[in-house]
Write a protein that binds this ligand. Structure first.
Ligand SMILES: [Fe+2]
Ligand SMILES: [Fe+2]
Length: 196
């Protein structure tokens, strides 16, 4: 079990209480995924010199909103005055980009770098901090993932983090196109910024 005490200015309440709230927001299966993402994010953070507590918190909250009904996201888009074109997308985009607002209001996490990592964890961004890159990759390569090539990209994330971000983005884009699924413009921006 991971033992991390968060500094007051980063998260002012206890890890145990946070875990309880996160577990209550999702299925047991998803909560296990979240804990595996945290484990991988901590390994990557150690490798790339990012503070463990930031990696831990970003990983723990990243899928907090994944199981919320669409209506919750549509309400937040309106109330927070987020980009109205977000309405055209769905849970895949919303649970990060819009879900970060719920993490602020319901979990009290206000650290912008953590929130940005959460916002970017599915779609990426042209500019991503090391923390954002770590969460983006940890979600993709956590030890429960078994897709073809996972071992290759897992090794790459520890060898060249930016190249692994490009690898993931390219594979995700290929997958979406093969499935004839619309591509969120932010994903294309990420592809153009990170792929060689
Ligand atoms: Fe997610
Ligand atoms: Fe996830």
């Amino acid at each position: 079990m991971t033992e991390i005490d968060y500094q007051m200015h980063i998260y002012a309440a206890s890890r145990a209480g946070l875990l309880e709230k996160i577990a209550a927001a999702m299925s047991a299966k998803r909560f296990e995924h979240v804990l595996r993402v945290e484990e991988m994010a901590l390994r990557l953070a150690e490798c790339w010199g990012v503070p463990a507590e930031l990696a831990s918190l970003a990983a723990l909250v990243h899928d907090y909103a994944k199981e919320r009904p669409d209506a919750d996201f549509l309400l937040v888009i309106e109330q927070e005055g987020l980009d109205p074109t977000l309405r055209d997308w769905g849970n895949n985009v919303w649970h990060g980009v819009v879900g970060a607002e719920l993490v602020k209001s319901e979990l009290g996490i206000m650290h912008e770098e953590i929130l940005d990592a959460m916002r970017q964890h599915t779609v990426g961004a042209a500019h991503m901090t090391k923390l954002s890159q770590i969460l983006y990759m940890a979600d993709y390569i956590e030890l429960g993932r078994t897709f073809p090539g996972v071992e290759e990209v897992r090794a790459l994330a520890f060898d060249d983090l930016a190249a692994s971000v490009g690898w993931q983005t390219q594979h995700t884009l290929k997958y979406l196109i093969e499935k004839s699924v619309p591509v969120y413009p932010g994903t294309l921006t990420t592809y153009n910024a990170w792929s060689v």
